[in-house]
Design a protein around this ligand. Structure first.
Ligand SMILES: O=c1[nH]cnc2c1ncn2[C@H]1C[C@H](O)[C@@H](CO)O1
Ligand SMILES: [Zn+2]
Length: 396
């Protein structure tokens, strides 16, 4: 992909002079420090690792070489339906059933993120899906944390320091969320920074898991909820107002609560890309009560553009609500969701927005700082990363 390839490359030290045109080239994006809040551990395996581990355990795969398998995941996830998208995880979860497999996948995840310039990430997975070979829930968490610490050490040795915390997820169709919430809290001092629910959204509202969320609040623990991806405003409303979610996983359907003269913005006749909207057009957008609450309270949106294209939540990158919500100053963050299923990375998500949605370095800085502000990390540590890693790069 060519991205303003004629732009001057950044100064030595990879900082960007304040006077420089804010368009951004491939190399600047690659080296820019990134913060990632929404990345599934079981959605980010290397195809080569899936092949190798499958061969060891006799698991049958739909392709037998690296490129073929990578393409199979991407194409199969490209179904336009979240439920079908989720079926592809059978092949990654199959090779994450032993401590060794989990440790390796976690280690490689950290190395891959660090190589992409990510300096802080929260990696999530559902321990209840990794019990088929006899591991206990605690053993699953311990294996993942070991792998992450190994990955952090290797990345530091390679000169790419990264901090990775985990979010422990409960599957929303199951009835284990209270037990999983207690598991997360048990490991809070060993790298688990928060809790989440994931899986098919329609038919499985967040309030099914109210007991878990009430428990987590009593424990002063952090949680986010996948909401407003395959289902609309009621799911977001429940996640925030009933369950007390601190952040929203996706939240893309919040756009349904934005109107101009009573018409939802996504249904306007004249569909101009959000990047091209004038200030006057932006000022004419009316926020419904829920959208206004989300913006007023600075509730972070963990947005994942490529994933949303695959599940049908958005038609194109240019028309993705992330650009409108950012321009309206919601607290937007940019994420990968599932790097394997989307064939993506943080750099690629940034490149797509620059190439197709009019983003420049100021947008990338904003979503990066937003993500760090919204991390489930102690305040002083968030500040340290913003001041010492993110701002020195983006502000030059
Ligand atoms: O985007 C998603 N929405 C809902 N659930 C998801 C998404 N991506 C991954 N998951 C599910 C599948 C994984 O097995 C599980 C835990 O990471 O979370
Ligand atoms: Zn997700």
């Amino acid at each position: 992909m060519s991205l303003s390839a004629c732009q001057p490359s950044p100064r030595k030290g990879h900082t960007v002079p304040e006077t420089q045109d804010q368009t951004v080239d491939h190399e600047t994006i690659r080296v820019a420090p990134k913060a990632l809040l929404h990345d599934h551990l079981d959605g980010g395996l290397r195809p080569a690792t899936v092949l190798e581990l499958s061969a060891q355990i006799g698991h049958e795969l739909p392709a037998d070489d690296v490129d073929g398998l990578a393409e199979w995941f991407r194409a199969s996830a490209d179904s336009g339906s979240l439920v079908r998208y989720l079926e592809t995880f059978d092949h990654t979860i199959a090779v994450m059933q032993t401590a060794e497999g989990l440790r390796r996948v976690a280690r490689e995840c950290v190395e891959d993120l660090a190589a992409d310039g990510v300096v802080y990430a929260e990696s999530r997975y559902a321990p209840e899906q990794h019990l088929s070979q006899g591991l206990s829930l605690d053993e699953v968490v311990e294996a993942v944390e070991e792998g992450i610490r190994e990955g952090e050490a290797l990345a530091a040795e390679a000169g790419r320091p990264i901090r990775v915390d985990t979010l422990v997820t409960a599957m929303r169709h199951a009835a284990k969320s209270r037990e999983i919430a207690e598991l997360a809290v048990r490991h809070r001092d060993a790298g688990v920074a928060g809790f989440d629910i994931a899986g098919a959204e329609a038919g499985f509202p967040p309030t099914r898991h109210l007991d878990a969320f009430e428990y987590l609040r009593r424990e002063n623990f952090h949680f986010t909820i996948h909401a407003g991806e395959a289902f609309g405003l009621p799911s977001i409303w429940e996640a925030i107002q009933w369950c007390g979610a601190e952040r929203l996983g996706h939240g893309v359907r919040l756009v349904d609560d934005l109107t101009i003269d009573g018409v939802p913005v996504a249904e306007l006749d004249d569909q101009v890309p959000y990047a091209e909207w004038t200030e006057e057009q932006l000022a004419s957008v009316q926020l419904g009560r829920l959208a206004a609450y989300v913006r007023d309270r600075r509730i972070p949106l963990e947005m994942c553009p490529s994933s949303n294209l695959q599940t049908g939540a958005s038609p194109t990158i240019a028309a993705h609500p992330i650009t409108l919500l950012d321009r309206l100053r919601f607290r937007v963050t940019l994420n990968t969701d599932n790097r394997l299923m989307s064939g993506t990375s943080m750099s690629r998500e940034m490149e797509l927005l620059v190439a197709e949605a009019g983003w420049d370095l100021r947008h990338l800085r904003r979503v990066t700082v937003n993500a760090m502000k919204s991390a489930f990390l102690p305040f002083d540590q968030r500040l340290d990363i913003i001041e010492n890693q993110i701002k020195p790069f983006y502000d030059g």
